[in-house]
Design a binder for this molecule. Structure first.
Ligand SMILES: [Zn+2]
Length: 465
């Protein structure tokens, strides 16, 4: 497994000795076109399609018109087209917006900071793009110099794939991400917030460096690191207040109902993880609805012991992104959950499903992929299906995965099929409103008005060395 990954990474390096543009070309998935940014671009029409706009509306037999990477309009008008695509029988949704993953560490089933290179990070942007994810927020685990370089190159048009957003991580001594990250000898640490003064200082520093999103781990996490030290309420209140002044959107990692309530009361409006420890109550529901709180439930993380859970290597849809030897290795290393489930486990499953349904109007998409054994892009479709399994409608799941996820982080240009938004969309061969698993039946993905060369990507990823 180790050997395999090193070989693959090396092949990648050999293939792309001279930088991003070449890498993008090698990936075959992103043509930098002067037309994409210029006003003289052609009008492209996608006609006779069912358009699901991302905000809960459907347009039947409609035309989506784009120009220069931007949506001109959606409607019945089919005029002024320089290029026409007939999408009879197909459904178009906005490209998905994933608000929580950990890019850069995973490499063909292996994992560690040594994989956090420009090449691997860019590859992960393309993996998301392949599966129809147009925007990705990587939360708290990105190596800053590599990440900022890749982000800049993407903004300059030299790197394609999903739009890459960074959110540096804040935490207390003893806090931060899980020990898999912090035990890594080259882990680069969290931005410390040990007291209110330091919290304010750290937020100001992040703002000065241009960040608009940041993550805070509230939990202690690891006894070896001083587990009694959670981020204290006066400290996270100071962080949240300063972040509001600096126009930084904070997303808080918190897993208990008590922490969620205290954080909302302190001004937090975004959560990674829903309350896992107990049933949500009316007080909490009233708080989150009144304050327009957004919640990333991360169901993929907490459903791996369910009897219906299907590990990725057994799902043909995952096979698009790794060679057979990686599937074999994942299979060999898999330990299935015990067949017998305890009454407590059954109860917890029912409680989690009940919680999700009560939170459904606050739910946004995020996978935690790259940190917990889930895989980029593929996990997004698993998560949408989990939303529906737990009782949301397919339309509610799609809103959570597009417009609401974008709104939660002020990403105003994505997540909707609407005039003026980015031309980031997915053409599906079947209607996801009939079965949410139809989001997997991708005909084409367009990002920035350009088709993603999915065939070449899959061909490269699945080839054995
Ligand atoms: Zn995470």
């Amino acid at each position: 497994m180790k050997r395999l990954t090193i070989m693959r990474i090396r092949r990648c390096l050999i293939a792309v000795p001279a930088g991003f543009a070449l890498l993008a070309a090698a990936l075959g998935a992103f043509a930098q076109t002067s037309a994409a940014g210029a006003g003289a671009a052609q009008v492209e029409c996608f006609s006779n399609a069912r358009l699901i706009d991302g905000r809960g509306d459907i347009l039947e037999s409609a035309t989506l018109r784009i120009r220069g990477g931007v949506i001109l309009d959606t409607g019945a008008a089919n005029s002024g087209c320089d290029v026409s695509h007939d999408l009879t029988g197909k459904t178009v949704i906005p490209a998905l917006v994933n608000t929580h993953a950990h890019l850069g560490w995973e490499a063909y089933g292996n994992w560690g900071s040594q994989y956090f290179t420009d090449e691997n990070l860019i590859d992960h942007l393309y993996r998301h793009a392949y599966y129809g994810v147009g925007t990705i927020i990587s939360t708290g685990s990105d190596k800053e110099d590599v990440a900022l370089r890749v982000k800049l190159e993407q903004r300059k048009g030299n790197v394609g794939g999903a739009r890459y957003h960074l959110s540096p991580g804040l935490g207390s001594p003893g806090g931060g991400p899980n020990p898999r990250f912090t035990d890594d000898p080259d882990y680069w640490g969290v931005n410390p917030v040990a007291d209110p003064e330091q919290g304010v200082r750290t937020v100001r520093e992040l703002a000065a460096r241009g960040y608009r999103i940041a993550k805070i781990w509230i939990d202690d996490r690891d006894e070896r690191r001083g587990a009694q030290i959670k981020v204290a309420p006066d400290t996270y209140r100071a962080v949240l207040n300063e972040a509001a002044r600096q126009d930084i959107r904070i997303v808080a990692h918190a897993m208990t109902l008590a922490d969620h309530k205290a954080l909302v009361a302190a001004g937090n409006r975004r959560f990674i993880h829903m309350p896992f420890d107990r049933a949500v109550d009316d007080e909490y529901l009233e708080m989150i609805r009144r304050n327009n709180v957004y919640i990333v439930p991360t169901l993929g993380m907490v459903t791996k012991r369910e009897p219906w859970y299907v590990p990725a290597f057994r799902d043909p849809y995952f096979h698009d992104q790794v060679p057979p030897s990686v599937l074999e290795s994942l299979n060999e290393n898999y330990s299935p959950p015990p067949a017998e489930r305890s009454a407590a486990e059954e109860q917890r499953s029912a409680m989690l499903a009940d919680n999700l349904l009560k939170l459904k109007d606050q739910v946004i998409l995020g996978t935690d992929a790259g940190a917990v054994g889930d895989f980029f892009g593929y996990a997004d479709h698993v998560e949408l299906a989990l939303f529906v399994r737990m009782g949301m409608t397919p339309m509610e799941a799609l809103v959570a995965g597009t417009s609401r996820a974008a709104a939660a982080f002020g990403l105003d240009d994505v997540g909707e099929l609407r005039e003026g938004k980015a031309a980031d969309f997915v053409i599906l061969n079947a209607n996801p409103l009939e079965d949410i698993n139809n989001t997997r039946l991708i005909d084409e993905v367009y990002l920035r008005g350009q088709p993603v060369d999915r065939e070449s990507l899959s061909e490269q990823w699945t080839r054995e060395d």
